[in-house]
Design a protein around this ligand. Structure first.
Ligand SMILES: *Cc1c(COP(=O)(O)O)cnc(C)c1O
Length: 230
């Protein structure tokens, strides 16, 4: 089931790339495996997935030692500062940097571990109360501050779009994030890259790809519905 789903999602990404005149190689599919058992992640791995997204520090720590070491782990959930130390040397990318204080903690822990941590800045483009992330107009100043941190490298931006019935409703959100990344890239800030745009989930990843996503985060579409009760 997982292998078939992955194949379908990959085909949909290819199609969306074709429609937008993009090369599918520009888009990384992140298999969002939160709440799912290691056996299902192994199935996705066997079907070629090497990028996995998790939103809880404890779950990353549990899963990492049980799975192959060439997996790139993506921290996509809200990150508490007191937990940074547990994952700073285990994840390939932190998608959810949303404050200077969090960036300072990552810098501090990364320095201790002698690593440089690639991060994305999370933007709450839709300004939903229930979601984390900076307001669009706050992003540039955070980027400028974090740019000088020697153990953090900003790679781009991330957003979680609202849950909508019709993915077209989120097209404007994706366009706004793309525009923001282009505007920031144009400033040529030292030590800042704007090449990654992490946007699009099961309900809207094709639209996100059409609008320039370079990473899509798909959970339900690969692993099925999540059951938070277990
Ligand atoms: C859970 C989650 C996803 C995946 O959501 P699906 O709708 O299941 O594809 C993507 N991004 C983030 C930040 C998530 O927490």
């Amino acid at each position: 089931m997982v292998a078939e789903n992955l194949e379908q999602v990959r085909k949909n990404i290819e199609l969306a790339c074709k429609e937008a005149g993009r090369d599918p190689k520009e888009v990384t599919l992140i298999s969002v495996s939160k709440t799912k058992p290691v056996s299902m992640l192994q199935e996705a791995y066997d079907a070629g997935s090497r990028d996995f997204g998790e939103n809880k520090v404890q779950e990353i720590m549990d899963k990492v030692p049980q799975l192959p070491s060439d997996i790139r782990w993506h921290m996509i959930g809200h990150l508490q500062r007191n937990k940074v130390k547990y994952i700073v040397d285990k994840v390939a990318l932190i998608h959810s940097v949303d404050s200077l204080r969090l960036a300072e903690t990552i810098e501090h822990e990364a320095a201790k571990h002698s690593v440089t941590v690639p991060v994305l800045i999370e933007v709450n483009v839709a300004q939903e109360e229930s979601k984390f992330g900076l307001k669009t107009e706050e992003v540039l100043s955070l980027v400028e501050s974090v740019a000088s941190f020697p153990h953090i490298h900003i790679e781009g931006l991330m957003t979680i779009a609202p849950y909508v019935e019709d993915p077209e409703e989120n097209r404007g959100i994706f366009r706004q994030l793309k525009k923001l990344s282009v505007d920031i890239a144009a400033k040529n800030i030292n030590n800042v890259n704007m090449s990654v745009l992490s946007m699009g989930m099961t309900g809207d990843y094709q639209v996100a790809v059409q609008e320039g996503a370079t990473m899509v985060r798909v959970g339900t579409g690969i692993f099925g519905e999540r059951n938070y009760a277990v």
